[in-house]
Ligand binder design. Structure first.
Ligand SMILES: Cc1cc2nc3c(=O)[nH]c(=O)nc-3n(C[C@H](O)[C@H](O)[C@H](O)COP(=O)(O)OP(=O)(O)OC[C@H]3O[C@@H](n4cnc5c(N)ncnc54)[C@H](O)[C@@H]3O)c2cc1C
Ligand SMILES: *[C@@H]1O[C@H](CO)[C@@H](O)[C@H](O)[C@H]1NC(C)=O
Ligand SMILES: *[C@@H]1O[C@H](CO)[C@@H](O)[C@H](O)[C@H]1NC(C)=O
Ligand SMILES: *[C@@H]1O[C@H](CO)[C@@H](O)[C@H](O)[C@H]1NC(C)=O
Ligand SMILES: *[C@@H]1O[C@H](CO)[C@@H](O)[C@H](O)[C@H]1NC(C)=O
Ligand SMILES: *[C@@H]1O[C@H](CO)[C@@H](O)[C@H](O)[C@H]1NC(C)=O
Length: 539
């Protein structure tokens, strides 16, 4: 019986490896997030997801201790990740959560200032925002863009931008159900004293498939959005903390060629104070705009002048409100803009337009978080790198429609989050973090490399080597993760006093070590293993 099982498992591994194919990010073919997928399972329920995991786990354990024959499973939400870091390179079954998206147990008592709701893994921010708005509620500021799943964003530590309010999606989670490596559903409840919670809070999907999460909700509010244009020096030498901390959410967009910043900020207003219902356009463009941008940016692969013109045009467009009145679809021309929480903070696509990537506009990106006290120093270092190119006669620009995105995060404690603290790097993360998110156009032509490609790698390497910093878990390449490991809770020797005289040095890698211990309990066979987990030394 045992040997039969082994035979079946081996045959399974062979046929599946033979038929393995690439699984793609939201950008589609040519943008793999996994290289070696044997099967994509469109899950229909939590029980169905658990059944698939049990199947793979059983096949794996029957192939004994041969780890290269162990089957792998990774959940997939909406594919809103950027690089080939979803899976490991061994054959993997993808479990898509899109149809596992029920919303239930909504509770917000009349007059209460908070309540709760349960959502299944595949529920998107957009779906929940609609559901909650109809019931006079919202998730507040722990959110991300619209077509992203709760499972995917909680797993990968996604966040909005705020110093004053919690803005990690996980910070709004009260409990979650995780399908572990044996296919059993385990409930983990928020508790800072529990290593299981601290690992589950940002798990990278390595503990298992997040099947459901319970979220904090609040009474719906209206908010305003305002934007100012600042000279670069006023930010580089300015009180950056003071520009962000007073607001419920705020960020900066940097135009390095123009030497300007946009400063965007939002705060709540009483719902009855304005009839306006502004709706933000996050990523939509008309076909004409898309073709014009693509033509200009493709020529920018060779000509700096095209990139300079592009930044000039994008800056001009981004200075105006990217909002319409929801009830009439009319452009809104003036700041501030008012509207309902989610419509103003995120919005979505205008009804007559498509997302930029649907017109073949794709990007590269690189996102790192730095301790808030180093904000000015970090931005000045980036300015210096731009200026070093200028000295060589090479003009570098932003090639993204909203410039370089500078975001912020309030400190939030868990093991692998970008804004956690009490790490061994000696940096002060308790004041929160500044995030440098450097998106750039990926030329549709030739080798797809950018104008002066080495510059982008130099920026990444310099920042990682010179600053304590942490990568966003879905917006970086394998190279960036590998180089960043040294900054993540580095090994330090701490003197431990024993009898009062003798000193012993003890090595601690607290967060990574504690995460690994939980990982081994949830998934002893490592069926959820992926390249990030490998780079972090969890296997
Ligand atoms: C246009 C765009 C806008 C974005 N905006 C933001 C933003 O505002 N803030 C921010 O922080 N990030 C942002 N991101 C990044 C995004 O939040 C993350 O990449 C997120 O993980 C994507 O979730 P998804 O549902 O698309 O999952 P996928 O891309 O399908 O999966 C991402 C990873 O999560 C794992 N995963 C997915 N579902 C589960 C689950 N149920 N259980 C366990 N693991 C799971 C996958 O295996 C994979 O490793 C943006 C990305 C794009 C493309
Ligand atoms: C482990 O399994 C793989 C794939 O099935 C096989 O190629 C390899 O020879 C096995 N190794 C051992 C040590 O059995
Ligand atoms: C959201 O993602 C799905 C694919 O999962 C896609 O079909 C749909 O068009 C997307 N919606 C928007 C508004 O982009
Ligand atoms: C795909 O996975 C199989 C089984 O784990 C492995 O033998 C093979 O080398 C992998 N292929 C690639 C291209 O990595
Ligand atoms: C952080 O470290 C300090 C000092 O060691 C300790 O008092 C505090 O409890 C720690 N905080 C967390 C959340 O672990
Ligand atoms: C940290 O120190 C331990 C014990 O000396 C060692 O085993 C481990 O490999 C080190 N890890 C790193 C990342 O240097």
């Amino acid at each position: 019986m045992r040997s039969l099982q082994r035979l079946v498992a081996a045959a399974l591994a062979t046929t599946q490896a033979a038929a393995a194919f690439e699984y793609n990010t939201f950008d589609g073919p040519g943008f793999p997030s996994c290289y070696n997928v044997s099967r994509v399972h469109d899950a229909t329920s939590v029980a169905d997801m658990a059944a698939v995991v049990k199947e793979v786990a059983a096949a794996s354990s029957s192939s004994s201790s041969n780890s290269s024959a162990v089957g792998r499973v990774r959940a997939a939400g909406k594919g809103h990740m950027w690089y080939d870091t979803q899976c490991s390179d061994a054959w993997t079954v993808i479990v898509r959560t899109e149809q596992v998206a029920a919303i239930s147990d909504f509770e917000l008592a009349e007059g209460a200032d908070q309540g709760t709701v349960w959502v299944e893994a595949g529920t998107t921010f957009f779906q929940l925002a609609d559901y909650l708005h109809e019931r006079g509620a919202s998730v507040g500021y722990t959110l991300t863009n619209w077509n992203i799943s709760f499972g995917g964003s909680v797993a990968m530590g996604a966040h909005r931008s705020s110093i004053r309010e919690d803005s990690m999606v996980a910070a709004g989670v009260l409990a979650m159900d995780i399908i572990d490596g044996m296919g059993e559903v385990r409930r983990v409840v928020r508790d800072e004293g529990d290593d299981e919670w601290l690992a589950a809070s940002t798990s990278l999907g390595l503990l298992g498939i997040i099947a459901r999460v319970q979220l904090q909700v609040y009474p719906d509010t209206k908010v305003y959005a305002k934007q100012a244009t600042l000279d670069e020096k006023d930010v580089l030498d300015g009180d950056i903390y003071g520009m962000i901390a007073p607001y419920a959410t705020a960020n900066l967009w940097w135009w390095p060629y123009k030497r300007k910043f946009h400063h965007r900020y939002y705060n709540p207003v009483p719902a009855n104070s304005t009839p306006q219902e502004g709706f933000q356009n996050t990523f939509s463009v008309t076909e004409l705009e898309a073709i014009a941008a693509r033509t200009m940016l493709d020529s920018g692969k060779y000509l700096a002048t095209s990139n300079m013109l592009a930044e000039e045009i994008f800056f001009g467009l981004w200075s105006k409100p990217n909002f319409r009145e929801k009830t009439t679809n009319e452009e809104i021309e003036e700041w501030p803009v008012y509207g309902w929480n989610y419509d103003v903070l995120i919005g979505g696509l205008y009804p007559d337009q498509k997302a930029e990537w649907d017109y073949g506009l794709a990007g590269y990106t690189m996102e790192l978080a730095f301790p808030m006290p180093l904000a000015n120093k970090m931005l000045k270092r980036v300015r210096e790198l731009f200026d070093d190119e200028l000295k060589k006669g090479i003009i570098m620009t932003s090639t993204y429609r909203s410039g370089i995105n500078i975001k912020f995060g309030k400190a939030y404690y868990d093991f692998l989050g970008q804004v956690t603290y009490n790490t061994t790097d000696g940096a002060d993360w308790t004041k929160g973090a500044i995030m440098f998110d450097f998106p750039s156009f990926r030329p549709t032509i030739g080798d797809h490399k950018r104008f002066n490609e080495p510059f982008y790698h130099k920026v990444a390497n310099t920042l990682i080597d010179e600053f304590p910093c942490r990568p966003h878990w879905t917006k970086n390449t394998r190279e960036v993760f590998t180089r960043s490991v040294k900054n993540l809770d580095p090994n330090v020797s701490v003197p431990v006093r024993l009898t009062g005289v003798s000193l012993l040095t003890r090595c601690i890698m607290q967060h990574l070590r504690r995460f690994k211990a939980v990982r081994e309990r949830f998934d002893p066979q490592g069926i959820y293993r992926n390249v990030i987990g490998e780079i972090l030394g969890f296997y």
